[in-house]
Design a protein around this ligand. Structure first.
Ligand SMILES: Cc1cc2nc3c(=O)[nH]c(=O)nc-3n(C[C@H](O)[C@H](O)[C@H](O)COP(=O)(O)O)c2cc1C
Length: 381
Protein backbone atom coordinates (compact mmCIF):
# COMPACT_ATOMS: atom_id res chain seq x y z
CA UNK A 1 0.00 0.00 0.00
CA UNK A 2 2.83 2.43 0.88
CA UNK A 3 4.39 1.65 -2.47
CA UNK A 4 1.11 2.36 -4.27
CA UNK A 5 0.74 5.59 -2.39
CA UNK A 6 4.25 6.65 -3.47
CA UNK A 7 3.39 5.72 -7.04
CA UNK A 8 0.12 7.67 -6.79
CA UNK A 9 1.97 10.75 -5.58
CA UNK A 10 4.76 10.33 -8.12
CA UNK A 11 2.32 10.05 -11.00
CA UNK A 12 0.29 12.95 -9.67
CA UNK A 13 3.48 15.03 -9.57
CA UNK A 14 4.52 13.91 -13.04
CA UNK A 15 1.09 14.71 -14.34
CA UNK A 16 1.25 18.22 -12.90
CA UNK A 17 4.58 18.76 -14.65
CA UNK A 18 3.20 17.35 -17.85
CA UNK A 19 0.35 19.82 -17.77
CA UNK A 20 2.78 22.69 -17.47
CA UNK A 21 4.92 21.44 -20.34
CA UNK A 22 4.31 19.99 -23.75
CA UNK A 23 2.13 17.23 -22.30
CA UNK A 24 -0.91 19.50 -22.58
CA UNK A 25 -1.37 17.90 -25.99
CA UNK A 26 -1.49 14.44 -24.43
CA UNK A 27 -3.92 15.68 -21.79
CA UNK A 28 -6.18 17.15 -24.43
CA UNK A 29 -6.27 13.87 -26.28
CA UNK A 30 -7.52 12.10 -23.13
CA UNK A 31 -10.72 14.16 -23.17
CA UNK A 32 -13.57 12.15 -24.67
CA UNK A 33 -14.92 13.55 -27.91
CA UNK A 34 -17.82 11.37 -29.08
CA UNK A 35 -19.25 11.15 -25.55
CA UNK A 36 -19.56 14.93 -25.37
CA UNK A 37 -21.03 15.44 -28.85
CA UNK A 38 -24.66 15.47 -27.59
CA UNK A 39 -23.90 18.85 -25.97
CA UNK A 40 -22.69 20.25 -29.31
CA UNK A 41 -25.69 18.73 -31.09
CA UNK A 42 -28.15 20.40 -28.71
CA UNK A 43 -26.41 23.77 -28.86
CA UNK A 44 -26.15 23.76 -32.64
CA UNK A 45 -29.84 22.88 -33.03
CA UNK A 46 -28.69 20.32 -35.58
CA UNK A 47 -31.91 18.31 -35.36
CA UNK A 48 -34.28 19.73 -37.93
CA UNK A 49 -37.53 18.91 -36.17
CA UNK A 50 -38.35 21.04 -33.09
CA UNK A 51 -39.51 17.98 -31.15
CA UNK A 52 -36.09 16.32 -31.58
CA UNK A 53 -34.32 19.59 -30.87
CA UNK A 54 -36.12 19.80 -27.53
CA UNK A 55 -35.29 16.17 -26.72
CA UNK A 56 -31.63 16.81 -27.59
CA UNK A 57 -31.61 19.33 -24.72
CA UNK A 58 -33.73 17.17 -22.42
CA UNK A 59 -31.11 14.40 -22.29
CA UNK A 60 -28.55 16.85 -20.92
CA UNK A 61 -30.50 17.15 -17.65
CA UNK A 62 -28.95 16.04 -14.37
CA UNK A 63 -29.81 12.50 -13.31
CA UNK A 64 -28.49 10.13 -10.64
CA UNK A 65 -25.15 8.54 -11.51
CA UNK A 66 -25.71 9.91 -15.04
CA UNK A 67 -27.51 6.64 -15.75
CA UNK A 68 -29.82 8.28 -18.37
CA UNK A 69 -32.79 5.95 -17.89
CA UNK A 70 -35.08 7.62 -20.43
CA UNK A 71 -36.62 6.14 -23.54
CA UNK A 72 -38.65 8.26 -25.97
CA UNK A 73 -41.43 7.20 -28.27
CA UNK A 74 -42.46 9.74 -30.90
CA UNK A 75 -46.23 9.63 -31.29
CA UNK A 76 -48.04 11.35 -34.15
CA UNK A 77 -46.71 14.72 -35.23
CA UNK A 78 -46.29 16.48 -31.92
CA UNK A 79 -46.34 14.02 -29.02
CA UNK A 80 -43.73 12.12 -27.06
CA UNK A 81 -44.34 9.25 -24.70
CA UNK A 82 -41.57 8.80 -22.15
CA UNK A 83 -40.62 5.50 -20.56
CA UNK A 84 -38.10 4.31 -18.04
CA UNK A 85 -35.54 1.80 -19.20
CA UNK A 86 -36.07 -0.47 -16.20
CA UNK A 87 -32.59 -1.95 -16.56
CA UNK A 88 -31.14 1.51 -15.95
CA UNK A 89 -32.07 1.87 -12.32
CA UNK A 90 -29.97 1.85 -9.18
CA UNK A 91 -31.50 -0.75 -6.87
CA UNK A 92 -28.80 -0.66 -4.18
CA UNK A 93 -28.72 3.10 -3.62
CA UNK A 94 -32.22 3.91 -4.86
CA UNK A 95 -34.34 0.88 -3.93
CA UNK A 96 -37.69 2.59 -4.66
CA UNK A 97 -36.61 4.44 -7.84
CA UNK A 98 -37.18 7.76 -6.09
CA UNK A 99 -34.01 9.38 -7.40
CA UNK A 100 -34.55 7.91 -10.85
CA UNK A 101 -37.97 9.61 -10.85
CA UNK A 102 -36.43 12.91 -9.73
CA UNK A 103 -34.06 12.65 -12.70
CA UNK A 104 -37.09 12.29 -14.97
CA UNK A 105 -38.46 15.49 -13.44
CA UNK A 106 -35.21 17.30 -14.27
CA UNK A 107 -35.40 16.01 -17.83
CA UNK A 108 -39.06 17.04 -18.26
CA UNK A 109 -38.35 20.57 -17.05
CA UNK A 110 -35.44 20.91 -19.45
CA UNK A 111 -37.66 19.56 -22.24
CA UNK A 112 -40.32 22.14 -21.38
CA UNK A 113 -37.79 24.97 -21.43
CA UNK A 114 -36.18 23.87 -24.70
CA UNK A 115 -39.61 23.60 -26.34
CA UNK A 116 -40.54 27.09 -25.10
CA UNK A 117 -37.41 28.43 -26.81
CA UNK A 118 -38.91 27.19 -30.07
CA UNK A 119 -42.32 28.72 -29.27
CA UNK A 120 -43.86 25.40 -28.27
CA UNK A 121 -45.85 24.82 -25.11
CA UNK A 122 -45.28 21.43 -23.51
CA UNK A 123 -48.41 19.91 -22.00
CA UNK A 124 -46.98 17.33 -19.64
CA UNK A 125 -49.19 14.55 -18.28
CA UNK A 126 -47.27 12.67 -15.56
CA UNK A 127 -47.85 8.94 -15.30
CA UNK A 128 -50.80 8.86 -17.71
CA UNK A 129 -51.54 5.21 -16.87
CA UNK A 130 -50.73 5.46 -13.16
CA UNK A 131 -47.40 5.23 -11.37
CA UNK A 132 -45.52 2.13 -10.30
CA UNK A 133 -44.96 1.70 -6.56
CA UNK A 134 -42.97 0.68 -4.61
CA UNK A 135 -40.89 0.53 -7.79
CA UNK A 136 -41.48 1.92 -11.27
CA UNK A 137 -42.91 -0.52 -13.75
CA UNK A 138 -43.43 -0.68 -17.50
CA UNK A 139 -46.07 2.04 -17.63
CA UNK A 140 -45.01 5.39 -19.13
CA UNK A 141 -43.50 8.09 -16.95
CA UNK A 142 -45.09 10.94 -18.89
CA UNK A 143 -46.90 11.94 -22.00
CA UNK A 144 -45.92 15.25 -23.58
CA UNK A 145 -47.72 17.18 -26.30
CA UNK A 146 -45.90 20.08 -27.92
CA UNK A 147 -48.20 22.70 -29.36
CA UNK A 148 -47.44 26.05 -30.97
CA UNK A 149 -48.29 28.76 -28.47
CA UNK A 150 -47.01 32.02 -27.15
CA UNK A 151 -44.90 30.04 -24.70
CA UNK A 152 -42.66 32.59 -23.03
CA UNK A 153 -39.01 31.51 -23.09
CA UNK A 154 -37.71 30.72 -19.62
CA UNK A 155 -34.75 32.95 -18.68
CA UNK A 156 -33.12 30.03 -16.85
CA UNK A 157 -32.70 28.18 -20.13
CA UNK A 158 -29.86 30.60 -20.95
CA UNK A 159 -27.73 28.57 -18.51
CA UNK A 160 -28.55 25.10 -19.85
CA UNK A 161 -25.27 24.84 -21.78
CA UNK A 162 -23.18 25.73 -18.70
CA UNK A 163 -25.19 23.76 -16.15
CA UNK A 164 -23.11 21.20 -14.30
CA UNK A 165 -22.98 19.19 -11.10
CA UNK A 166 -19.72 20.36 -9.58
CA UNK A 167 -17.80 17.53 -7.93
CA UNK A 168 -14.58 19.41 -7.15
CA UNK A 169 -13.71 21.12 -3.84
CA UNK A 170 -14.84 24.73 -3.62
CA UNK A 171 -12.60 27.63 -2.62
CA UNK A 172 -13.14 29.51 0.62
CA UNK A 173 -15.31 32.35 -0.67
CA UNK A 174 -18.50 32.47 1.34
CA UNK A 175 -21.96 32.94 -0.13
CA UNK A 176 -23.41 36.40 0.46
CA UNK A 177 -26.98 36.59 1.83
CA UNK A 178 -28.17 38.62 -1.18
CA UNK A 179 -26.93 35.85 -3.48
CA UNK A 180 -29.00 33.33 -1.53
CA UNK A 181 -32.04 35.53 -2.08
CA UNK A 182 -31.21 35.97 -5.78
CA UNK A 183 -30.87 32.22 -6.23
CA UNK A 184 -34.28 31.52 -4.74
CA UNK A 185 -35.90 34.29 -6.73
CA UNK A 186 -34.39 33.08 -10.02
CA UNK A 187 -35.25 29.43 -9.43
CA UNK A 188 -38.76 30.06 -8.07
CA UNK A 189 -39.15 26.48 -6.83
CA UNK A 190 -42.65 25.18 -6.18
CA UNK A 191 -41.67 23.18 -3.13
CA UNK A 192 -40.08 24.18 0.13
CA UNK A 193 -36.46 25.07 -0.53
CA UNK A 194 -34.05 26.06 2.22
CA UNK A 195 -30.71 27.65 1.46
CA UNK A 196 -28.35 27.36 4.40
CA UNK A 197 -25.25 29.54 4.38
CA UNK A 198 -24.76 30.47 8.06
CA UNK A 199 -21.56 29.01 9.59
CA UNK A 200 -23.29 26.82 12.19
CA UNK A 201 -25.81 25.44 9.72
CA UNK A 202 -23.08 24.70 7.16
CA UNK A 203 -20.85 23.04 9.77
CA UNK A 204 -23.69 20.76 10.88
CA UNK A 205 -24.49 19.75 7.31
CA UNK A 206 -20.86 19.18 6.38
CA UNK A 207 -20.69 16.77 9.29
CA UNK A 208 -23.95 15.00 8.40
CA UNK A 209 -23.26 14.69 4.67
CA UNK A 210 -19.72 13.49 5.31
CA UNK A 211 -20.83 10.78 7.74
CA UNK A 212 -23.42 9.63 5.20
CA UNK A 213 -20.83 9.62 2.43
CA UNK A 214 -18.37 7.61 4.48
CA UNK A 215 -21.06 5.13 5.46
CA UNK A 216 -22.03 4.66 1.81
CA UNK A 217 -18.45 4.24 0.65
CA UNK A 218 -18.06 1.48 3.22
CA UNK A 219 -21.43 -0.16 2.50
CA UNK A 220 -20.56 -3.05 0.16
CA UNK A 221 -23.62 -3.20 -2.15
CA UNK A 222 -24.24 0.55 -2.57
CA UNK A 223 -20.53 1.21 -3.12
CA UNK A 224 -20.24 -1.67 -5.56
CA UNK A 225 -23.14 -0.23 -7.56
CA UNK A 226 -21.24 3.04 -7.94
CA UNK A 227 -17.93 1.36 -8.71
CA UNK A 228 -19.54 -0.78 -11.41
CA UNK A 229 -20.72 2.43 -13.06
CA UNK A 230 -17.28 4.01 -13.14
CA UNK A 231 -15.89 4.58 -16.61
CA UNK A 232 -12.14 4.79 -16.25
CA UNK A 233 -10.33 6.70 -18.99
CA UNK A 234 -11.29 7.89 -22.41
CA UNK A 235 -11.86 4.52 -24.12
CA UNK A 236 -14.36 3.34 -21.48
CA UNK A 237 -16.15 6.70 -21.48
CA UNK A 238 -16.50 6.74 -25.27
CA UNK A 239 -17.80 3.16 -25.22
CA UNK A 240 -20.34 3.85 -22.43
CA UNK A 241 -21.06 7.59 -22.14
CA UNK A 242 -22.94 7.32 -18.86
CA UNK A 243 -22.16 6.50 -15.23
CA UNK A 244 -19.32 8.11 -13.30
CA UNK A 245 -16.61 9.29 -15.68
CA UNK A 246 -13.05 9.29 -14.32
CA UNK A 247 -10.98 11.02 -16.93
CA UNK A 248 -7.62 12.65 -17.50
CA UNK A 249 -4.04 11.68 -18.11
CA UNK A 250 -3.32 10.98 -14.44
CA UNK A 251 -6.30 8.67 -14.04
CA UNK A 252 -5.25 6.72 -17.12
CA UNK A 253 -1.65 6.46 -15.93
CA UNK A 254 -2.79 5.20 -12.52
CA UNK A 255 -5.15 2.78 -14.23
CA UNK A 256 -2.33 1.35 -16.35
CA UNK A 257 -0.20 1.11 -13.20
CA UNK A 258 -2.98 -0.94 -11.57
CA UNK A 259 -3.62 1.67 -8.86
CA UNK A 260 -6.99 2.95 -10.04
CA UNK A 261 -8.97 -0.05 -11.16
CA UNK A 262 -12.55 -1.06 -10.37
CA UNK A 263 -11.24 -3.79 -8.08
CA UNK A 264 -9.00 -1.37 -6.18
CA UNK A 265 -11.73 1.25 -5.88
CA UNK A 266 -14.05 -1.36 -4.40
CA UNK A 267 -11.47 -2.56 -1.87
CA UNK A 268 -11.51 -0.59 1.43
CA UNK A 269 -7.92 -1.69 2.06
CA UNK A 270 -6.57 -0.15 -1.16
CA UNK A 271 -4.75 3.13 -1.79
CA UNK A 272 -7.37 4.08 -4.37
CA UNK A 273 -10.09 3.67 -1.74
CA UNK A 274 -8.34 5.75 0.92
CA UNK A 275 -7.53 8.43 -1.66
CA UNK A 276 -11.19 8.49 -2.68
CA UNK A 277 -12.22 8.86 0.94
CA UNK A 278 -9.84 11.80 1.35
CA UNK A 279 -11.04 13.47 -1.84
CA UNK A 280 -14.70 13.12 -0.86
CA UNK A 281 -14.03 14.53 2.58
CA UNK A 282 -12.20 17.52 1.10
CA UNK A 283 -15.10 18.11 -1.30
CA UNK A 284 -17.71 18.03 1.43
CA UNK A 285 -15.77 20.11 3.93
CA UNK A 286 -15.29 22.82 1.28
CA UNK A 287 -19.08 23.41 1.14
CA UNK A 288 -19.94 27.08 1.73
CA UNK A 289 -23.67 26.52 1.73
CA UNK A 290 -26.36 23.89 1.31
CA UNK A 291 -29.64 23.70 -0.58
CA UNK A 292 -32.36 21.43 0.81
CA UNK A 293 -35.58 20.63 -1.01
CA UNK A 294 -38.52 19.10 0.86
CA UNK A 295 -41.95 17.94 -0.28
CA UNK A 296 -44.99 17.35 1.96
CA UNK A 297 -45.26 13.68 0.95
CA UNK A 298 -43.30 11.28 -1.24
CA UNK A 299 -45.62 10.51 -4.13
CA UNK A 300 -44.33 9.91 -7.64
CA UNK A 301 -45.85 13.25 -8.66
CA UNK A 302 -43.91 15.01 -5.89
CA UNK A 303 -40.72 13.26 -6.95
CA UNK A 304 -41.18 14.48 -10.53
CA UNK A 305 -41.90 18.01 -9.25
CA UNK A 306 -38.75 17.82 -7.12
CA UNK A 307 -36.76 17.14 -10.27
CA UNK A 308 -38.32 20.12 -12.00
CA UNK A 309 -37.45 22.38 -9.06
CA UNK A 310 -34.02 20.83 -8.87
CA UNK A 311 -33.14 21.61 -12.45
CA UNK A 312 -34.29 25.19 -11.94
CA UNK A 313 -32.12 25.59 -8.84
CA UNK A 314 -29.13 24.05 -10.60
CA UNK A 315 -29.55 26.36 -13.61
CA UNK A 316 -30.02 29.41 -11.39
CA UNK A 317 -26.91 28.52 -9.36
CA UNK A 318 -24.81 28.10 -12.50
CA UNK A 319 -26.18 31.39 -13.83
CA UNK A 320 -24.97 33.12 -10.66
CA UNK A 321 -21.55 31.50 -10.92
CA UNK A 322 -22.17 29.11 -8.02
CA UNK A 323 -21.09 25.47 -8.05
CA UNK A 324 -23.75 22.97 -7.03
CA UNK A 325 -23.42 19.27 -6.14
CA UNK A 326 -26.19 16.99 -4.87
CA UNK A 327 -25.17 14.87 -1.90
CA UNK A 328 -27.90 12.27 -1.73
CA UNK A 329 -26.46 9.68 0.61
CA UNK A 330 -28.30 10.61 3.83
CA UNK A 331 -31.63 10.56 1.96
CA UNK A 332 -31.35 7.03 0.64
CA UNK A 333 -33.61 4.25 1.80
CA UNK A 334 -31.34 1.24 2.23
CA UNK A 335 -31.22 -0.26 5.67
CA UNK A 336 -27.70 0.73 6.71
CA UNK A 337 -28.58 4.41 6.10
CA UNK A 338 -31.70 4.39 8.29
CA UNK A 339 -30.05 6.16 11.26
CA UNK A 340 -28.62 9.02 9.20
CA UNK A 341 -31.85 9.25 7.19
CA UNK A 342 -33.73 9.83 10.47
CA UNK A 343 -31.12 12.32 11.64
CA UNK A 344 -31.36 14.26 8.35
CA UNK A 345 -35.13 14.42 8.65
CA UNK A 346 -35.03 15.43 12.33
CA UNK A 347 -32.70 18.27 11.46
CA UNK A 348 -34.06 19.42 8.12
CA UNK A 349 -37.76 18.60 8.26
CA UNK A 350 -38.68 18.66 11.97
CA UNK A 351 -42.30 19.50 11.16
CA UNK A 352 -42.67 16.55 8.78
CA UNK A 353 -42.21 16.11 5.04
CA UNK A 354 -39.78 14.21 2.86
CA UNK A 355 -36.37 15.74 2.26
CA UNK A 356 -35.82 14.93 -1.40
CA UNK A 357 -32.52 16.60 -2.21
CA UNK A 358 -29.49 18.06 -0.47
CA UNK A 359 -26.70 19.84 -2.35
CA UNK A 360 -23.57 21.63 -1.34
CA UNK A 361 -22.86 25.04 -2.83
CA UNK A 362 -19.71 27.09 -3.31
CA UNK A 363 -17.37 28.75 -5.76
CA UNK A 364 -14.83 26.97 -7.91
CA UNK A 365 -13.74 26.44 -11.46
CA UNK A 366 -16.36 25.49 -14.04
CA UNK A 367 -16.17 21.67 -14.28
CA UNK A 368 -16.09 19.66 -17.48
CA UNK A 369 -19.29 18.50 -19.14
CA UNK A 370 -20.42 14.98 -18.44
CA UNK A 371 -20.93 12.44 -21.25
CA UNK A 372 -24.28 11.54 -22.75
CA UNK A 373 -25.67 8.89 -25.06
CA UNK A 374 -26.89 10.55 -28.29
CA UNK A 375 -30.61 11.29 -28.28
CA UNK A 376 -31.11 8.91 -31.23
CA UNK A 377 -29.96 6.00 -29.07
CA UNK A 378 -32.74 6.71 -26.56
CA UNK A 379 -35.55 6.38 -29.13
CA UNK A 380 -37.88 3.41 -28.99
CA UNK A 381 -38.10 1.58 -32.27
C1 LIG B 1 -31.71 12.68 -7.97
C2 LIG B 1 -30.26 12.99 -8.17
C3 LIG B 1 -29.33 12.59 -7.21
C4 LIG B 1 -27.98 12.89 -7.37
N1 LIG B 1 -27.10 12.55 -6.36
C5 LIG B 1 -25.79 12.87 -6.49
C6 LIG B 1 -24.86 12.59 -5.44
O1 LIG B 1 -25.21 12.07 -4.39
N2 LIG B 1 -23.56 12.95 -5.63
C7 LIG B 1 -23.14 13.57 -6.77
O2 LIG B 1 -21.94 13.86 -6.91
N3 LIG B 1 -24.00 13.84 -7.77
C8 LIG B 1 -25.30 13.52 -7.67
N4 LIG B 1 -26.18 13.83 -8.66
C9 LIG B 1 -25.68 14.53 -9.87
C10 LIG B 1 -25.41 13.55 -11.00
O3 LIG B 1 -24.29 12.77 -10.71
C11 LIG B 1 -25.21 14.37 -12.30
O4 LIG B 1 -26.40 15.03 -12.59
C12 LIG B 1 -24.83 13.47 -13.47
O5 LIG B 1 -23.58 12.88 -13.25
C13 LIG B 1 -24.75 14.28 -14.75
O6 LIG B 1 -23.82 15.32 -14.61
P1 LIG B 1 -24.23 16.85 -14.83
O7 LIG B 1 -25.29 17.18 -13.83
O8 LIG B 1 -22.96 17.63 -14.59
O9 LIG B 1 -24.73 16.98 -16.24
C14 LIG B 1 -27.54 13.57 -8.53
C15 LIG B 1 -28.47 13.98 -9.48
C16 LIG B 1 -29.83 13.70 -9.31
C17 LIG B 1 -30.81 14.17 -10.33
Amino acid sequence: MAQNRRLFLKLAGASALTLVGAGAVFTATRTPVRALLPWETAMSGAHGHPRLRALAWAILAPNPHNIQPWLFELVGEDEVRIWCDLDRRLPATDPFDRQITIGFGCMLEQLRMAAAEAGLAAQITPFPEGAGAPRLDDRPIAHVRLTPADAAPDPLFAHAAIRRSDKAPFDDRSIAPDLVAALLEAAAPRHETALIADPDGVAALRDLTWRAMELELRAPAPHRESVDLMRIGRAEIEANPDGIALQGAMIEALNVAGVITREALADPASTAFSQTLGMMRAQIYSAQGYAVLTTPGDTRAEQLETGRDWLRLNLAACGLGLGFQPLSQALQEYEAMAGLYAEAHDRLAPGGGRVQMIARLGYGRVPARTPRWPVESRMMA
